[in-house]
Design a protein around this ligand. Structure first.
Ligand SMILES: Nc1nc2c(ncn2[C@@H]2O[C@H](COP(=O)(O)OP(=O)(O)O)[C@@H](O)[C@H]2O)c(=O)[nH]1
Ligand SMILES: [Mg+2]
Length: 399
């Protein structure tokens, strides 16, 4: 069996899983939750056949497992839980064989002893939810000394470890020693401007990926589905009738168009989930009379789909002009050469040549799912294959 995984594609790509004997800290600011990272991690490793032990002091095993299920991560009784919560609240332990009760969670000797002797049985992965509560029960120093014991045990038993932690304004000195004590740290933070309007995570330390640097990514915790890398604004632009609305409707589960006078004059918006990503697509109108809107619509976009009609090279200069007007020229761009099913459609190579874009830009051909259903007054459904290829090309550029 390979090393435990994070179960979050971006982290698994960056860090290649969690090597045995390594300890990873997920450090969240108080405004954002970190528990879904734990759920996803546990689920994916259990699914892969790993033996996982959870030290749980944040909630009851039943509530924890129920929440996991709500996120689409059922583990049944394959997860062993050291329950350091129930006896504080007077909840009677269920006596299930995969749940080990701590009689007195305030007794650090009992907690330490039960944890270490359980680890002796040989696990692939230990998860602690939550390390900050452990510190609050005892004190920071005691937490750190437990961490040292855990590290020794992970070494001895070839186990990987993940601890979930919320930084409730502890002293900077304490946080420094915590980060020093672990092999890797993933920070989870909110994007705050008076209100929190986004959440991101970033690897800020890793001692087994020498010299690599990591980008931060926005995410959303989706129920069910778990952690999805989130792109809040992706622009879909291009000349009139090129297929912007068709693309947005084909890519999204719940697209809406503001239609007037038979053509889209205001906005298309769609929300999609694809391959561990979540994104909001915003379409622009193509007609020149709406150009004054383009700069506004393009604002804060982080990537662009430029839709062109493969049979209309005469519109290509207009397509490029729209990139300029939305101020999207420097962003990651995927060109969607649509209507490749029509007679006279240019090949991908011809589209590329005639657009004069540099070759780092992704280029994908798309076609209507069913030509006989194409209605000149309605967006049409595009074949999934091309749409998916366009999505994955852009998302790869963005992460
Ligand atoms: N044959 C064909 N027709 C398409 C395709 N994509 C869109 N259309 C049609 O082209 C017209 C314009 O599409 P629409 O998505 O509304 O373009 P928009 O103005 O850019 O939003 C509609 O009649 C669509 O049904 C395609 O791939 N093949
Ligand atoms: Mg449209």
């Amino acid at each position: 069996m390979g090393d435990p995984v994070f179960g979050i594609e971006k982290l698994d790509k960056d860090l290649k899983g969690i090597p045995e004997k390594k300890l990873v800290l997920f450090s969240a600011s108080p405004s954002v939750g970190n528990e879904v990272f734990g759920y996803q991690l546990i689920y994916n490793n259990i699914k892969a056949g790993s033996k996982v032990l959870l030290l749980l002091n944040r909630t009851s095993p039943d509530a924890y497992l129920g929440d996991m299920e709500d996120y689409g991560f059922p583990v049944e009784n394959k997860l062993t839980i050291l329950d350091s919560y129930s006896s504080i609240t007077g909840v009677i332990p269920t006596g299930k064989p995969h749940i080990i009760s701590v009689d007195n969670p305030y007794n650090k000797d009992e907690v330490f002893h039960k944890l270490l002797s359980e680890l002796d049985k040989g696990y692939d992965l230990l998860v602690v939810d939550s390390f900050s509560l452990l510190i609050d029960f005892f004190d920071f120093q005691t937490g750190l000394s437990l961490l040292e014991d855990i590290k020794k045990k992970l070494e001895e038993k070839n186990t990987s470890g993940v601890i979930l932690f919320t930084d409730w304004n502890y002293e900077a000195k304490s946080i420094d020693s915590l980060i020093k004590a672990v092999n890797s740290t993933v920070e989870i933070k909110g994007v705050e401007k008076r209100v929190i309007f986004g959440q991101y995570f970033a690897v800020i330390k890793c001692d087994w990926t020498e010299g690599k640097t990591f980008s931060s990514v926005l995410f959303k915790a989706v129920k069910p589905g778990g952690i999805k890398i989130y792109f809040p604004k992706i622009l879909v632009t291009g000349p009139t009738d090129s297929g912007k609305s068709s693309f947005i409707h084909s890519a999204s589960k719940d697209a809406v168009s503001v239609d007037k006078l038979g053509g889209t004059i205001a906005l298309d918006h769609g929300n999609l989930e694809f391959d561990g990503y979540k994104a909001d697509l915003f379409g622009t109108p193509g007609q020149e009379r709406f150009d004054p809107l383009l700069k506004l619509l393009g604002g804060e976009a982080i990537g662009v789909f430029l839709i062109v009609d493969s049979t209309k090279p005469e519109q290509f200069p207009r397509a490029i002009e729209m990139l300029r007007k939305t101020e999207a020229y420097g962003l990651p761009i995927v060109v969607v050469a649509n209507k490749a099913d029509l007679k006279g459609a240019l090949s991908l190579k011809e589209v590329e040549e005639k657009l004069h874009l540099d070759n780092e830009i992704g280029l994908v051909q798309t076609v209507a799912e069913d030509l006989s259903k194409v209605d000149p007054n309605q967006p049409t459904k595009l074949k999934k294959e091309g749409v998916d290829k366009a999505l994955s090309l852009l998302f790869k550029q963005l992460t």
